[in-house]
Design a protein around this ligand. Structure first.
Ligand code: ADP
Ligand code: MG
Length: 369
């Protein structure tokens, strides 16, 4: 069993009172692919290194399986780590690079051979076993680094931005290979990245972090569709979710409207009920809507507004229009690639208000759905 339980984990450096990791609390299931994601400096690597035993724990407990590992040296934790900067031994062959850790452990020669060949087969680097690292591409070298981890047959793999040094195309390919690898090895993976696309494509569950604090732990779908706050909503998804600042008002008939100085949008009943419950009538509120839930008039009923076209980004199949709607930031709308308009043209657009999220304007916490 390689479930991992992280209980109220804290990290403070030196005499600094600041929590670099702040009450990190999480149970990771056996064989789960878990991803820590967040901006640079949010404490992802520090948390991972405390799980690995490479960093002292200031407060809290880490269990691997049933065992408390706080005081266990890294080599006794049945884990393997893969880093962004994997240093291969330049004078050793690929075979020897992969075998190195096992030789240090004085494993019998035939066992080492079996383990190296099995790892090479899984990673599809068998033809290169006799080459030196400099005779390999970046992706092949990264696979050798993975091979060194795999031969140890650990229960837990800890990976810290292992694909960051690869070019974009190779990163996409290696992403898929890591998913396959995870399935075939049947081990628990904790994977650290600042790249929300890596998190979305690979994770069973995502842990979104900011300033050492967990913001949300959820499946990729849930993190995207029901982000816990404006930080998660804007960190996950590309292009970013749109935020529109406005005020909740009640119409004479009892319906709620989201009002800005330029337009008013009818709020669906289930969201309206929750906004009422939170006493938000007459209050400022932040509406969040993703670019794919806005479109040219006719797509959805109600909720028409006018935007002034400024620029667009062609993404191949889609085009993202940037429209001025009288807010600090333009509203980004996803349309078909062939859609054309003139600069400063007035466009009538609609929002699918059933997909709109409402956030507290002060705290950023999600209030609806
Ligand atoms: P991430 O991996 O999310 O980019 P880190 O875990 O590396 O972030 O760092 C989290 C915070 O801890 C950062 O603010 C960083 O400056 C600080 N930090 C990391 N290592 C040390 C150290 N040895 N001494 C003091 N502060 C550190
Ligand atoms: Mg890091």
């Amino acid at each position: 069993m390689a479930s991992i339980s992280i209980q109220h984990l804290y990290k403070r450096y030196g005499k600094d009172k600041q929590n670099v990791v702040d009450d990190f609390h999480l149970d990771i299931r056996d064989k789960e692919f878990l991803v820590f994601v967040g901006p640079s400096g949010c404490g992802k690597s520090t948390t991972l290194r405390m799980i690995a035993g490479l960093e002292d724990i200031t407060e809290g407990e880490v269990y691997i399986g049933e065992q408390l590992v706080n005081d266990l040296p890294p080599k006794d934790r049945d884990i393997a780590m893969v880093f962004q900067n994997y240093a291969l031994y330049p004078n050793m062959s690929v075979y020897e690079n992969i075998a190195f850790g096992l030789r240090l452990r004085k494993q019998p020669r035939h066992e080492i051979d079996l383990a190296v060949r099995r790892a090479a087969r899984v990673l599809e680097i068998e033809p290169y076993l006799n080459r030196k690292p400099k005779e390999l591409s970046g992706g092949q070298r990264q696979r050798v680094a993975l091979g060194r981890a795999i031969v140890r047959d650990p229960k837990v793999f800890l990976m810290d931005e292992p694909l960051s040094n690869l070019d974009a195309k190779l990163r996409v390919q290696m992403r898929m290979e890591l998913i396959k690898l995870h399935k075939s090895l049947g081990a628990t993976f904790i994977y650290v990245t600042h790249d929300q696309i890596e998190a979305m494509t690979m994770a069973d569950r995502i842990v979104v972090m900011k300033d050492g604090i967990i913001q949300q732990i959820d499946t990729p779908e849930a993190v995207y569709q029901t982000p816990s706050n404006t930080f998660v909503a804007s960190f996950i998804g590309s292009p970013q979710i749109n935020f529109v600042e406005g005020k909740i008002v009640e119409e004479p008939g009892g319906n709620l409207l989201f009002n800005t100085s330029r337009f008013g949008l009818r709020i669906p009943k289930d969201s309206a009920d929750l906004l009422r419950k939170h006493n938000k009538i007459g209050r400022r509120i932040t509406l969040g809507i993703r670019p794919e839930h806005i479109g040219p008039e006719g797509l959805y009923s109600d909720s028409v507004l006018t935007g002034i076209y400024k620029v667009s980004e062609l993404m191949g199949a889609d085009r993202f229009l940037h429209l001025d709607i009288g807010q600090d930031k333009p509203l980004v709308v996803r349309v078909e690639a062939y859609y054309r308009c003139e600069e400063n043209e007035k466009l009538r657009i609609v929002m699918d208000m059933s997909k709109a999220l409402f956030f507290d304007a002060d705290t950023g916490q999600r209030l609806t759905h």
